[in-house]
Write a protein that binds this ligand. Structure first.
Ligand code: ATP
Ligand code: MG
Length: 401
């Protein structure tokens, strides 16, 4: 006997309550993004590898270890997107989306990272994504954070806190980098191998390390000294959040894994998902579009893991069935189809129960939980119709007498 094919590790197939939760998250996202005037866009799953390598930084875990990269049949290096931001920035340049600047966009879909699968961590996962491109205004950061905050409230996800930091502008970030290298170098031998390795190249990443050997040093590391300009920008973001009623905690050691962040950086974190507690994260990436060869274009955005959000919400009510049509006598099948068409055209959900022993069909219709049951039968050679409805029958109104 040949064995049946198995799914690829870290890639899920969903049914039932799990998929209902997933789509409840997407539906809430689509409702809330309209409230904030974010336009829906679509970008490809596959991009040239350079799109991600150039923007996310060769020294990041995503680019160095996690990407699904391969050569297509023409030998071109391509990568399945590990996130949305780089692809949206690419489209902004190659599709002329600059003409819409400042551009507020939202999208969602699958993303791929070759990581060790565990609770809340998959190799194919799905993100919600929201970005504002071509805006240097701190009010854009505020708007995105208010959007995220409202989304989490609409999903009924409590116990999530917004951790907020600034990574400063280029000048404050460079000075901080030098400080961090000196500080971590003094503790080099006590750090994890990964962190020793990235000490000179990407010391900010050590702050983000999950390795317990790095944590004490990450927590005691020097914090950034901001330039007056960066200080002012951050003050405006905080004032806007206060005015919009978005609560946050300052997190001076919060960095984002990717190289392109400047100024605002943030994460919405819960303690309900173990080590996978970050449900939504993002920040300002003023340098990214330049790294792709475009003009200086300030931008800010966030992404959220749909699976992680799904795990935190209550199961939505399952789809309801308005009408079940029971075909008591197989000779009434054609009438069943025409009644079903009329009811569906009127916007009612309908299932036909027309197989198995005729005596059991009514019980099967009851089990489906239909609000109304229409029974089509025959008596003394004449067609009959009975309707069982709790109150006034919607089926009767559509089908007539
Ligand atoms: P983590 O620290 O958990 O690895 P990250 O910093 O790599 O997260 P981002 O690149 O900021 O994650 O992606 C944004 C969001 O996408 C995360 O906050 C998380 O909710 C989700 N996410 C990222 N990687 C995965 C994954 N492998 N499986 C499921 N969700 C993920
Ligand atoms: Mg990660």
């Amino acid at each position: 006997m040949s064995s049946t094919p198995q799914p690829i590790r870290g890639m899920q197939s969903l049914i039932g309550e799990e998929v209902d939760r997933f789509h409840a998250v997407v539906a809430a996202f689509d409702r809330v993004r309209r409230l904030y005037g974010f336009k829906r866009v679509e970008v490809p799953i596959l991009e040239s590898t350079a799109v991600f390598a150039r923007t996310m930084g060769e020294t990041t875990d995503v680019v160095s270890k996690e990407m699904y990269s391969f050569q297509d049949r023409s030998g071109d290096p391509v990568t399945m997107r590990p996130e949305f931001t780089a692809g949206i920035a690419r489209a902004y340049l190659s599709e002329g989306w600059q003409r819409f600047a400042p551009l507020k966009v939202a999208t969602h879909g699958p993303a791929f990272r070759y990581e060790r699968p565990q609770k809340g961590r998959f190799r194919q996962f799905h993100q919600l994504d929201a970005e504002v491109l071509g805006s240097a205004d701190p009010q854009s950061d505020v708007e995105l954070l208010a959007f995220a905050d409202q989304l989490l409230r609409e999903l009924g996800i409590g116990g999530v806190s917004l951790q907020l930091n600034t990574l400063g502008d280029g000048a404050s970030r460079d000075a901080w980098r030098t400080l961090l290298i000196d500080y971590f170098a003094a503790h080099r031998s006590e750090l994890s191998e990964d962190s020793q390795d990235r000490l000179e190249r990407n010391p900010l990443r050590i702050l983000d390390s999950k390795d317990p050997r790095d944590r004490p040093f990450a927590e005691a590391a020097p914090v950034m000294t901001l330039t007056a300009e960066a200080e002012d920008f951050f003050a405006q973001v905080r004032a806007g959040l206060d005015a919009a009623g978005v609560a946050y905690q300052l997190a001076p050691h919060l960095v984002r894994g990717l190289d392109y962040y400047r100024h605002t950086a943030f994460e919405f974190v819960t303690d309900r998902l173990g080590a996978q507690g970050t449900v939504l994260a993002g920040g300002r990436y003023d340098g990214l579009i330049e790294q792709l060869g475009g003009a200086h274009t300030p931008a800010v955005g966030w992404a959220a893991g749909i699976e992680r959000l799904s795990m935190l919400i209550d199961a939505p009510a399952p789809d309801s069935l308005d009408v079940a049509i029971v075909i008591e006598d197989d000779g009434r099948m054609a009438d069943g189809w025409s009644a079903a068409s009329a009811l569906r055209d009127a916007g009612l959900s309908v299932e036909l129960v027309a197989s198995g022993s005729p005596r059991k069909r009514f019980d099967r219709a009851v089990k489906k939980g239909a609000a109304e049951i229409v029974v089509l039968g025959t008596q003394d050679g004449r067609p009959t119709r009975r309707i069982k409805a709790g109150g006034e029958s919607r089926a009767q109104a559509v089908l007539g007498d």
